[in-house]
Design a protein around this ligand. Structure first.
Ligand code: F6R
Length: 264
């Protein structure tokens, strides 16, 4: 696990964009896993700027979303597919049909019981995810794998905790009752199948879950701690999100002395 502590959220976003840019330079047909929510937005903005400048291209990329609310209409502004299109993919040169997300809209409710298995098959057919972008929830979730999620889980329906619904109410006009209770989410096991995991977290509210995920025991009570089992993980955090890490100075020293030949 490589832990990089940046001075600012913008620097975290720029570094995340560097990792994506390098991958697409080496493999223009890479499969990207995209997270929604606030954490990757600065990285997405940086990638949009680089795409405009011609320094990165998504024209041959395939992308998969981590998760989706159950029961919103497909065109609801807070449906994660709409969110990522608005904030990122409509502003880069990704082919619209190359964007995939779990299908759990109200319109597809009859197919919901098999939606998880079908989504897993789609990811497999694409050759698996090369680089998965992740955020982390205040309760330690990755994607929407809430505490006590099996660390071997695959894409399936989960119930959100009260805490996550309260955290996400800001996207629904502050109304927790408007936040769906259920989601269709990649499992922890699905995420661990990606070849490189890049988790971005900024701000003080992420300090505790980051400390538990990086330095705590591997436990389903902190689903993000399962990243410790993966052999290629990059954690990009700002100073505020790093503030509860016991070994922060060790991570800073490692990064300051990172050899130029060593990739992320
Ligand atoms: C979103 C997702 C979630 C978020 C997490 C943090 O697709 O999978 O795990 O990454 O809830 O959300 P923000 O970034 O809004 O704090």
């Amino acid at each position: 696990m490589e832990i990089v502590i940046t001075a600012t959220p913008a620097a975290a976003g720029a570094l995340g964009a560097d990792v994506v840019t390098r991958l697409l330079g080496d493999n223009p047909e890479a499969v990207l896993g995209l997270a929604t929510g606030s954490s990757p937005l600065l990285m997405y903005r940086e990638l949009i700027a680089r795409c405009d400048a011609g320094t990165v291209s998504f024209s041959r990329v395939t992308a998969f979303l981590l998760d989706e609310y159950v029961g919103l209409s497909a065109d609801h502004p807070q449906a994660y597919r709409r969110f990522i299109e608005r904030e990122f993919t409509s502003q880069i040169n990704l082919v619209p049909s190359a964007l995939h997300g779990p299908d759990s809209s109200i319109e597809s409710r009859r197919e919901l019981p098999t939606a998880g298995t079908r989504y897993e098959a789609q990811i497999t057919r694409a050759g698996g995810v090369d680089l998965q972008i992740l955020g982390i929830g205040g309760d330690g979730h990755i994607a929407f794998n809430e505490p006590a999620s099996s660390l071997a889980s695959r894409t399936r329906i989960k119930s959100l905790t009260e805490r996550t619904r309260a955290d996400n109410a800001r996207f629904f006009g502050g109304d927790i009752d408007a936040v769906p209770r259920h989601v269709l989410t990649q499992g922890v096991g699905t995420i661990l199948n990606a070849r490189h995991l890049v988790l971005i977290a900024t701000g003080e509210s992420k300090a505790d879950p980051i400390a538990r995920a990086v330095e705590g025991p591997v436990t389903s009570m902190t689903p993000a701690s399962a990243l410790q089992l993966h052999r290629h993980v990059t954690i990009i955090i700002d100073e505020a999100a790093a503030s509860a890490l016991v070994n922060a100075s060790y991570y800073r020293e490692n990064y300051a002395n990172k050899p130029s030949w060593q990739p992320y």
